[in-house]
Design a binder for this molecule. Sequence first.
Ligand SMILES: C[S@@+](CC[C@H](N)C(=O)[O-])C[C@H]1O[C@@H](n2cnc3c(N)ncnc32)[C@H](O)[C@@H]1O
Length: 272
Amino acid sequence: MSHSENPDGSPSVAPEVGSSDQYTQWGRFRSVLRKGWRRFTGPSNRKIKKLYEEHDYLEAYARHTDIRVHRDPHAAIGANWYEHGQHQLSFLVEHGLKPEHRLLDFGCGCLRAGRYFMRYLQPGHYTGVDISESVLEFGRELIRENGLEDHKPNLIHNADRSLDFSCCKGATFDRIQAYSVFTHLDHNHIAEFFSHLDSVLRPGGVFFFSYNDSDDSCQTGLKDFRHPFSFFEELAQKHGFEIQEMSKAFKDPGTQNFARVQRNTETPFPAL
Ligand SMILES: C[S@@+](CC[C@H](N)C(=O)[O-])C[C@H]1O[C@@H](n2cnc3c(N)ncnc32)[C@H](O)[C@@H]1O
């Protein structure tokens, strides 16, 4: 599959020579057939459920994501492949992201937003981390096909699936985001993440994340979790951070809530 796009990230309309013709009618038809075939030949729902019974949650989730990427890489990490990626960038820029900042995109997926971030940031300042090797393979291919190598993105496989940032090997960041990641993690994983956040966030740094709200922390599907804002407030307070709910300002093209976090010793967030 071609991942070719215009410089602004929108899909390239004219099919390229030697590349996929996915934007022609025949190309679209072939793409639908290919997806249908992969869905048909892929593991059944029962087999996927078994994955979660037989493995530790994060191992099962990574394997499940690998399967979903094989079926349809754009849908595997959420919908709105074009609109959502651009929205994540515009929002962070509106809230202080500068080209000279170093950004950690924790749970970067197939680079739905990463491809926009790396174009905006100075070369080498975008780091994407993921537990799924398949999303990173797709991302590397997308970088090659769209000539984004000069932006020198760092893509890191979080092979031991830890939430202590050990895969970042001591690097620190001005901005960290976890979009649509806590929606797939339980309260213990998120608590672990917050307990190590201080080690990767630079002075003056800000962490943005999305979540699905509910009255209590609960699992709503094989890989879906909801948490109340109060849960994040408690964690932030425990680890010396200030937190601000900003769902109204974020206006998610999907349906998720959004929040930002910084050390509580720093200049307080301006009122929204
Ligand atoms: C729903 S996708 C969202 C991807 C991306 N943030 C976006 O908005 O397109 C969630 C991603 O988080 C990754 N993920 C979950 N737990 C992780 C962990 N502990 N370390 C790194 N990545 C993780 C998953 O593999 C998956 O690719």
